[in-house]
Design a protein around this ligand. Structure first.
Ligand code: TEU
Ligand code: CA
Length: 571
């Protein structure tokens, strides 16, 4: 296993790239790494991560093998939603640095073969953005119509204004906020400090595309589009169907048909794609697209026209949240065969959900399970999206007391909804104070208690660590032609316990076979590759965490210990 580590020297990385026959756009084969800037590396000792901190960790990111960083928002912001409430789209929040620091990061990252992607929040601004301040100033202000203002339905018995309809905010309470000054309500899908822009007004699109160009001109490789299915609302303001019961915030469950994934959004996506296409270097649009099924996902690519996003996120695979081999098989196959030849993007972790370590872990075999998850992500045909700390097995550290919660939904929702602090704790670099994240006495969120054993430095020195597992997988994914671009074909169709598939060899080269035990029982499989059109019989192990499988030479009887991973080459 150690032998594959030699693949990762910087020299061979560059060589590996040059040697690829199927270049195509870079993002097709990329590993994209999400950084939550507050929590990655603090450079000035204030307990909050910053841009210079990220720049200082580029060597690490290159050694891991990532091709691009998606930065969660670093724009000026009141930080109600930790940056997702933007008050200026064309600057950097002083907490994170300056525009010069940003340019420096882009330059230095380039030297490490790493691209920078920005997070673009188009659905809403901060209520402190000058656009909203103007819009709220009077009913006749030229920017009034930049946001969604409506009259209420009169007043209730206590004289309280009644909102225009039953829409609720995803973050709790009515989605309508009354403004006593102009006696109208404005709509907010998220916090009340995040008023929704009115995308039916062409000036909004013009202004937002201007911000997009500002960053493209500065050299960013593209954008992750925040909550992008929520741009449009029903102009008739119809009540959403009531589903019964209440959610964690105590609001009625609604079917969000009038505030989410409206068809109008696709026209905006096509025009945005045209903007991005004007720039050289395969700039990319990534969507935060929580969607109900693969048909809806396909629309976000522009289907067979391929004229919308290059990489809307497939949330159907990574958020299954249980190791169910049949479901994984079905959903991966959907992504492979039902999106009009577009490129899938898989993701298991982000800053809004409990970490995959805990969502998939059974409390006993978590490390082996994390390795299964890593193989599923990194040997798939999909572009891979990772979240900082996923590679070392960071855990979710949910606050134990309400008074410690920083994420507002965790305060309003306590104790049912404890917020998202748990998946946003500082990166664990080493065993020193604050895990090497910061020299401050107090960091903005506490460092997880396991940092002395779970950190980059410790795992770097352990050949079998989760970190080295990721490094080897990423290096292999980069250098192996079948893993780079071979078709992904499922094997053993009805096996409920083992997920197995082939990445088909390219130009007669070897194929890669993957077998993953999704259960806590030993499983034996017999894999028939002929139906995948693979005839070779020389089998060689490329990677496994089961020592007994190192010498595998036949796929007739492959015996996988609980949660074991096996990757082999067949020729
Ligand atoms: O999230 C959008 C979204 O759909 C969230 O409601 C998500 O489901 C929720 O956070 C889970 O608890 C994006 C960002 O990723 C999130 O951090 C922001 O708070 C939100 O948009 C508003 O900008
Ligand atoms: Ca909206």
């Amino acid at each position: 296993m150690l032998a594959t580590l030699t693949l990762m020297t910087p020299g061979s990385v560059a060589q590996g790239r040059a040697a690829q026959p199927d270049s195509g756009p870079w993002w097709r084969h990329a590993v994209i790494y999400e950084i939550y800037p507050r929590s990655f590396q603090d450079s000035n000792g204030d307990g909050i991560g910053d841009l210079n901190g990220i720049t200082s960790r580029l060597d690490y990111l290159e050694s891991l093998g990532v091709n691009a960083i998606w930065l969660s928002p670093v724009y000026p912001s009141p930080q109600v939603d930790f940056g997702y409430d933007i008050s200026d789209y064309e600057n950097i929040d002083p907490q994170y640095g300056t525009l010069a620091d940003f340019d420096h990061l882009v330059q230095e990252a380039k030297k490490h073969n790493i691209r920078i992607l920005m997070d673009m929040v188009m659905n809403h601004t901060s209520d402190k953005h000058k656009w909203f301040i103007e819009s709220a100033s009077s009913k006749t202000n030229p920017k009034r119509d930049w946001y969604v203002w409506r009259d209420g339905k009169g007043v209730d018995a206590k004289g309280k204004p009644i909102p225009p309809n039953n829409w609720v905010s995803l973050f709790g309470g009515s989605a309508w906020q009354y403004d006593p000054k102009t006696k109208q309500f404005y709509y907010h899908k998220f916090y009340r400090q995040q008023p929704d822009l009115n995308w039916r007004n062409p000036e909004v699109e013009k202004a937002m595309f201007g911000a997009v160009r500002f960053w493209l001109d500065r050299g960013v490789a593209g954008f992750r589009l925040d909550a992008v299915p929520t741009l449009f609302e029903d102009p008739k303001l119809r009540d959403e169907p009531v589903l019964g019961g209440t959610n964690a915030q105590g609001d009625p469950n609604l079917d969000d048909i009038y505030t989410n994934n409206l068809p109008e959004v696709h026209d905006v996506m096509r025009r945005l794609r045209e903007v991005v296409n004007e720039y050289p270097g395969d700039r990319v649009l990534i969507g935060e697209t929580y969607l109900p099924n693969v048909q809806e996902l396909d629309k976000w690519y522009g289907g067979a026209k391929h004229d919308e996003l290059q990489l809307p996120m497939d949330m159907q695979v990574g958020f299954i949240n249980k190791l169910n081999a049949s479901l994984f098989r079905k959903r991966i196959q959907d992504a492979e065969t039902r999106i009009d030849g577009n490129q899938p993007l898989f993701v298991f972790d982000n800053h809004d959900n409990r970490r995959s370590w805990d969502r998939y872990g059974d409390g006993i075999h978590n490390e082996a399970i994390a390795k299964v998850v890593a193989v599923t992500l990194l040997t798939s045909h999909a572009t891979a999206l990772m979240y900082y700390g996923e590679e070392i097995g960071m855990v979710t550290s949910t606050p134990k007391r309400k008074q410690d919660v920083k994420d507002p939904i965790g305060i309003t929702g306590w104790p049912k909804e404890k917020g998202r602090d748990g998946e946003r704790t500082p990166m664990q670099w080493d065993s020193s104070k604050n895990a090497g994240f910061s020299t401050a006495d107090k960091t903005w969120l506490p460092v997880a208690s396991n940092y002395r054993t779970v950190n980059v430095k410790v795992e770097d020195s352990e050949p079998n660590s989760l970190l080295n597992w990721h490094k080897k997988l990423i290096a292999m994914r980069r250098s192996d032609p079948a893993l780079r671009s071979g078709k992904q074909i499922m094997l053993d169709d009805i096996n409920p316990s083992v997920l197995s598939y082939v990445r088909k060899g390219v130009n007669g080269g070897p194929s890669v076979v993957v077998a993953l035990n999704f259960t806590n029982q030993t499983q034996t499989v017999s894999l028939d590759l002929t139906r995948a059109g693979v005839t070779g019989s020389t089998v060689k192990t490329l990677m496994t965490d089961a020592p007994a499988l190192e010498g595998t030479s036949s796929l007739r009887h492959l015996t996988l210990p609980p949660f074991a991973s096996w990757i082999g080459s067949v020729q």
